[in-house]
Design a protein around this ligand. Structure first.
Ligand code: DI6
Ligand code: FE
Length: 408
């Protein structure tokens, strides 16, 4: 082959779930093939329609009739942290509540201490196995939040480590500055106004300037930040060109869904306590609902997100692990899908779209990843399954056969 002729890779003899938005359901192609040139998909569809110049000049992989989906997208994680909270888990089993543990210096504050004490290399080394576990199940894009540093240097450190995970591993990392996750332990209640100002005037501009974050996020909750405080921070973030996301209505109704929609948030996440008004506002704004059944399960919550209402309003649904040491110590996006189906009654196509196309949308990356379509990055998950439902139905085990990232 001459140097100037394009070089293709072709995965043939496959069944595709393309998730292409114009096809119904999963966009299934029974006798399918995917081809890439470099890192981009140039063809995804029926094998009979593969252009002759592609099949003639391609490295060919026979998939043996296996299923190909887009590489999975975990669109809400806190995977960069140090230490764990297994002892708190035991305290909770002995009867302590999440709030009681938080009041005695545990909870988020315990992880903040561990993250502040860790240097970059330690934080990287502790986070890497979690990233590997996700990748082993077909994840090719992962969002990683800060929020356990809570001061400028330590938030920077978390985001730096998140970026480094993306540079040194075959995976796309999208970072989010969760500057308003919790009040820092050193900030007295009377000094909270000042700290808010500090996030707005110092931390946000520095992190935006340094290019460390792709979005801004906050935790709007009675035990965290009020809707007025979050609104102030959202104004500042958007002025700096950062899109926003929100931990909304997880433990109580804080009008978080409506707040997120008011700022055209990419996503509002959790939403157990969201109400009709917020849901309708989200639909209008195109804000994605990110459902996090791992936290729901681990906290033994009773109130499920208003899925029927979200669905009827036409809000797009995504599913993520919320991987974090306190409320969702989970790295399995496959398990998150099973939980979303079992607890929240999402359908199989909703679950699979929720970890591909809609998860990409929740990150603003819908033009780059999340479907098998020409022009997108060639991120594929090839599965040893009989039908797509197997990805949602099974608990445990890992049917991933091969993972392709950027055409490799
Ligand atoms: N919601 C949660 O469930 C986690 N953060 C958040 O905003 C809790 C994080 C933790 O307990 O460490
Ligand atoms: Fe979270």
């Amino acid at each position: 082959m001459s140097l100037d002729s394009p070089h293709y890779r072709l995965w043939r003899n496959a069944r595709l779930a393309t998730l292409a938005p114009e096809s119904p359901g999963l966009g299934v192609v029974e006798q399918g093939a995917v081809a890439c040139e470099g890192e981009r998909i140039v063809f995804a569809g029926a094998e009979a329609d593969v252009p002759a110049e592609v099949s003639a000049a391609a490295d060919i992989v026979d998939c043996g009739g296996r299923w190909i989906t887009p590489g999975l997208v975990d669109c809400h994680t806190h995977l960069v942290y140090a230490g764990d909270r297994a002892t708190e888990f035991e305290q909770r089993l002995a009867g302590a509540s999440y709030e009681e543990i938080a009041r005695t210096g545990g909870g988020i504050a315990a992880t903040v201490r561990a993250v502040r004490a860790a240097d970059d290399d330690t934080l990287y080394a502790e986070s890497l196995p979690r990233l590997h576990a996700m990748m082993a199940e077909g994840v090719t894009t992962v969002e990683i939040k800060s929020g356990y540093g809570l001061d400028l240097d330590n938030e920077r450190k978390q985001l730096r480590v998140a970026r480094r995970l993306g540079v040194e591993n075959p995976v796309n990392v999208v970072t989010t500055f969760l500057g308003a996750h919790a009040w820092p332990p050193e900030v007295a209640p009377a000094a909270r106004g000042q700290h808010l100002l500090h996030i707005r005037e110092d931390m946000l501009p520095a992190i935006a300037r340094e290019g460390l974050a792709d979005a801004f996020d906050a935790f709007c909750e009675t035990i965290a930040f009020s809707d007025e405080s979050v609104a102030q921070l959202f104004v500042a973030a958007k002025r700096l060109g950062l899109p926003v996301k929100l931990h909304a209505d997880q433990l109580s109704n804080q009008r978080g869904a409506a707040l997120a929609a008011r700022f055209d948030a990419l996503s509002a996440d959790h939403l157990e306590f969201a109400e009709a008004e917020g849901v309708i506002a989200m639909a209008r704004a195109g804000t994605v609902a990110v459902l996090l059944p791992g936290a729901f399960y681990f906290l033994r919550e009773l109130k499920v997100p208003p899925v029927l209402m979200l669905r009827q309003a036409g809000v797009k649904l995504a599913v993520a692990t919320d991987c974090n040491p306190g409320t969702s110590p989970m790295t399995s996006l496959l398990l998150a899908m099973n939980m979303a189906a079992t607890f929240f009654r999402l359908t199989v196509p909703e679950c699979i779209a929720g970890v591909t196309r809609e998860a990409a949308r929740a990150l603003g990356k819908q033009d780059e990843v999340g479907t098998l379509e020409a022009g997108k990055r060639c991120d594929l998950a090839i599965w040893d399954i009989e039908q797509p439902a197997d990805l949602v139905y099974r608990i445990g085990g890992n049917p991933l056969y091969r993972r392709v990232w950027n055409g490799q």
